[in-house]
Design a protein. Structure first.
Length: 114
């Protein structure tokens, strides 16, 4: 059984179907942009916004923190050599989509919390 660190490599050995040129670079850029947004939003929400923490503000911060974690995993996976194979790339995109949806949930929850 492969460890978590070997997971992308193990997935790549299944098919070995490479991605078209440019796909990895695009997804790395997209992940970095969304990750930067989530980090900046959390910084504003937790450090710069006025007022006390409430349950509503915690409910806005938690999905944003989870989003940052998902996006960090997606970025790490996208930088692995094994991510050049389609099955591994698809799984990385699922991590990325999860990060985007959680970031969106955090922004929506923050708008409701105001």
């Amino acid at each position: 059984m492969a460890s978590n660190e070997d997971e992308p490599r193990a997935e790549a050995q299944v098919t070995g179907k490479p991605l078209p040129a440019g796909y990895r670079q695009g997804v790395v850029t997209a992940i970095s942009v969304i990750l930067g947004f989530a980090l900046y939003f959390l910084r504003f929400w937790s450090l710069e916004a006025e007022g006390d923490w409430t349950w509503a503000s915690v409910c806005a911060a938690v999905p944003t923190i989870l989003s940052i974690a998902c996006l960090a995993v997606a970025l790490w996976r996208s930088l692995q050599v094994a991510d050049d194979d389609e099955p591994v790339y698809r799984r990385t995109l699922k991590w990325f989509l999860s990060g985007i949806l959680l970031a969106l949930a955090g922004v929506i929850a923050s708008a409701i919390a105001l």
